[in-house]
Design a protein around this ligand. Structure first.
Ligand SMILES: [Zn+2]
Length: 255
């Protein structure tokens, strides 16, 4: 079973040239073509950029409705933004009640907020209280460590291995140190030969997740790297889907 833990849904699909994924149907058929069986669906452009609180609420609704419609295949998430604090807290509580356990992908740099503010801490406290998973994009090692260290019982997923060895090695070292940190191998650094072998050696095979960052990036490229990697078949299965499934199940996700 192949589960993509990192996709961005509609209605406005994130894609540089806007040539391939324009509709929900395009989204579904492309993932099908890549052999993806299930996918976690994050917000698209509207939710990440959220110029108003209405944008944020509607973007979450869109993802939730889409996933409900294709319940056995797509797994909903909830996105938040400390600019709309009150609404974000309600979103977390309401969607959690409906079986959503995954928060993000949070992209502070796109949404225009930082993770080291009292407002974000207030949201993190709610996420921890509700025992949800935080999928957050960050290029700042100090910021990442501060978060995973401050909430040792909360699970975090860090997307992207990184741009080069200088970025990848310390991120893997951090995941080796903090057992509540998972690495999603989507996007930057996903195609580097040896990346997965190195991760397994340093952090084991339980906390590496297949993700693609579709509709921005190609889902098939990451799958090829996992399948061709010089690791045990059992590890490949874990990375391609079993690890994501266990993580979701451990929080009681409706699958
Ligand atoms: Zn992403």
């Amino acid at each position: 079973m192949i589960i993509d833990c990192h996709t961005h849904g509609g209605p406005d699909y994130l894609e540089w040239w806007n040539r391939v994924t324009k509709t929900d149907k395009d989204f579904i058929s492309y993932l099908d073509k890549c052999g993806v069986d299930k996918a976690i669906v994050g917000c698209g452009k509207k939710g990440l950029e959220a110029k108003t609180k209405k944008d944020l609420i509607e973007a979450n609704e869109y993802v939730f409705t889409f996933c409900k419609k294709h319940q056995k295949i797509y797994i909903p998430t909830v996105n938040i933004n400390p600019k709309y604090q009150k609404e974000s807290i309600s979103l977390l509580r309401n969607y959690r009640k409906q079986g959503v356990v995954w928060v993000g992908e949070l992209c502070g740099y796109v949404s225009g907020y930082a993770y080291d503010t009292p407002e974000f801490k207030e949201l993190m406290d709610v996420i921890a209280e509700l025992d949800m998973i935080t999928h957050f994009h960050s290029g700042n090692l100090i910021e990442i460590e501060k978060l995973v260290k401050s909430y040792p019982k909360s699970m975090f997923v860090l997307p992207h291995p990184g741009r080069g060895r200088k970025e990848i090695d310390p991120r893997v070292a951090l995941a080796a140190k903090y057992k509540n940190l998972y690495i999603d191998i989507a996007g930057s650094g996903s195609e580097r030969i040896g990346n997965i072998e190195e991760m397994i050696d340093k952090m084991g095979d339980d906390r590496i997740l297949y993700g693609s960052d579709f509709t921005i990036n190609e889902p098939g490229g990451v799958i090829a790297r996992i399948k061709n990697s010089m690791i045990a078949d059992s590890s490949k299965k874990k990375i391609l889907g079993e690890n994501t499934l266990s993580l979701l199940r451990s929080k009681g996700a409706l699958l």
